[in-house]
Every structure is written in structure tokens, then in C-alpha cells.
Design a binder for this molecule. Structure first.
Ligand SMILES: [Zn+2]
Length: 305
């Protein structure tokens, strides 16, 4: 039997903690006040990497006695599709997840859609612009194609912002963050970053577990949250290593997803739990066949020292 290691998590200050220590810290600092969310994107079928992230968020919040929400990230109307929204509910149900806030069904999702939030977010973007914390940018994709981060070309140009004509960037460099990401897209829609931070503030999210590829995004979001004034600036955001394929590549919607969605793949979720149990360093992983069994083993391993 190979020796396994418990996952290590890293926060936006690059502090690293083994899961066991993080559990203890969260118990002291958040306890039953913990609020987190599962946030699938309906632009493709979920893959195992997504599910593993949901499992960790769900287990941790449930073990703390906090509240877990569902938030479907349909910010991008071009990429979001109704049949993927349906597949999200099927997959979550297939795994046995439950949640306390957010949509409980496809029908309810219409109420929670990010596409209804443009009017709410516009004055917020405007305020950041007026305060000088955001600036208009006309740079074309071509101008920026060789820069990994925005080179600040429009940062002090004081261009007029016209929603639908040019983009609006948050002046994150002022807070020591190297990339002034877009908060209002050139096509007239709020960006993922702005929509996500605002919703997390509304939902009073104080615990997020994300993939390691999102660490820089989390740092940006914390600066943006601070500028918006409020929640998320103090949110605990921890990052875990990503699930990779046999070549060590990160799973993506195109490489890792079942073409018909996990819930319709014909396999039983029972077959997936042992691998997740191994990742979480739980004893007797092969005996774990259900989310409830995983939850029990997780609680005994990390919450009953
Ligand atoms: Zn520009």
C-alpha cells in the first residue's frame, strides 16, 4: 500500500498549510459561520477536476457546520448553454451534493443568472471609474497579444469610458498587483472578475477553495473587493493542486470532460470516490462508495484529532 500525503493548500499570501492544519485554523476562525460555494461554469460538461474541487469545498464547509451555496457562472452569454446548466444539476445530484443557497433547479437558475446583473454592476463600475480606480482602454487584442499581463498603455491616458465601445480596467497596479484586468468588457458586459467578486460579496462568502491555477486571479479579486468595500477582502482563499492527466497536463473542458457529461456516462459515482478518498488521504479509500461515507471518513480524519 503506497504512502499517501494529505493535500497542501496555499493562500494568496503564499502561506502553505497541510489540510489538517487548515481545518483546525478554519474551525477557530470561521467555525459554523463558514460560507462557501460551488461555482460550475455552464460552457461545457464538468470534469473530474471540477468535481474534486466541489467535493473539497462541500466537505470542508459541511464539516465546519457552515453554509454551502451553488452559483452557476453563466457570465458569458456566448459560451453558456442551457443543456450544460441542466447537466450541472444532474451531475451534482448524481454525486449526492446538497446546498443551502443559490438555485435548486434549472428553473430557479433563471432568477440567479449573472446575465440579469448588468444593470446592478454598471453603476459600480462607473463609481470605480469616477474614483480613478478604473480606466478606459482601447487597446486591440493585436496590440496586447505578446504581453502576458496588461502593459498599462492606457493607465494614465484618461480616456472617456463608453460601455460597449471600449473596455474598463481596474487599476490593480496601484495595489501592487501586476495586471490591470478588465472589469467591463468591450462588448458592453461586466467581466467575470467584477461579477464574481460582487456576487461573493452579496453572498457573504468567507471561504473559497480553488485550483492552484487561480491563485493570481484570487489576488486580483481581493484587491478589487477591497476597492468595492467589503467582503472577500478578508475571505480565506486557499488553493489546491490541480488534477492532471497521465501526461501531467491540467484537465480542461476539452480534455477531461466526458462527452455526454458525467451523470450520463454510464458509470457509477461509486467508482470515483476511492480516487478522491486517496487524494484526501483517507483510510480505506476503496471502501468509500458514497458522498456520505466520504464525509464521515473526512470528519474523522480531519475534525476529530
Ligand atoms: Zn489600453
Amino acid at each position: 500500500m503506497p504512502a499517501h500525503l494529505q493535500p497542501k493548500l496555499v493562500n494568496t499570501d503564499h502561506q502553505t498549510l497541510p489540510l489538517e492544519s487548515l481545518c483546525r485554523q478554519l474551525q477557530t476562525e470561521l467555525g459554523t459561520n463558514a460560507r462557501g460555494r460551488l461555482a460550475p461554469t455552464p460552457s461545457g460538461f464538468l470534469h473530474l477536476g471540477n468535481v474534486r474541487n466541489f467535493v473539497l469545498n462541500w466537505l470542508l464547509i459541511r464539516a465546519l457546520g457552515g453554509q454551502v451555496g451553488l452559483r452557476i457562472d453563466d457570465m458569458d452569454p456566448q459560451r453558456s448553454q442551457a443543456h450544460y446548466v441542466e447537466a450541472i444539476f444532474q451531475t451534482l445530484d448524481w454525486f449526492g451534493f446538497d446546498w443551502d443557497f443559490g438555485p435548486q433547479s434549472v428553473a430557479e437558475q433563471a432568477e440567479f443568472s449573472f446575465q440579469k446583473q448588468t444593470d446592478v454592476l454598471y453603476p459600480i463600475a462607473q463609481r470605480l471609474h469616477t474614483q480613478g480606480l478604473a480606466y478606459a482602454c482601447d487597446c486591440s487584442r493585436k496590440t496586447l497579444q505578446d504581453s502576458p499581463t496588461y502593459p498599462g498603455l492606457c493607465a494614465s491616458a484618461q480616456k472617456t469610458w463608453q460601455a460597449g465601445e471600449n473596455a474598463l480596467r481596474f487599476a490593480a497596479h496601484r495595489f501592487g498587483y501586476p495586471d490591470d484586468l478588465v472589469i467591463w468588457r468591450r462588448d458592453g458586459l461586466p467581466s467575470y472578475q467584477l461579477a464574481s467578486v460582487y456576487r461573493d460579496q452579496q453572498d457573504q462568502i468567507n471561504l473559497l477553495l480553488r485550483g492552484a491555477d487561480l491563485l493570481a486571479s484570487s489576488q486580483f479579486q481581493q484587491h478589487l473587493a477591497q476597492a468595492l468595500g467589503g467582503y472577500l477582502a478578508n475571505t480565506q482563499i486557499w488553493h489546491h493542486a490541480l488534477l492532471t492527466d497521465s501526461h501531467g497536463h491540467k484537465l480542461s473542458k476539452s480534455t477531461g470532460a466526458q462527452p455526454q457529461g458525467l451523470a450520463n456516462s454510464g458509470q457509477s459515482p461509486a467508482l470515483l470516490f476511492p480516487a478522491i478518498a486517496v487524494w484526501l488521504d483517507l483510510p480505506a479509500p476503496d471502501s468509500i462508495r458514497k458522498l456520505s461515507e466520504l464525509y464521515q471518513a473526512f470528519g474523522e480524519r480531519y475534525f476529530c484529532p
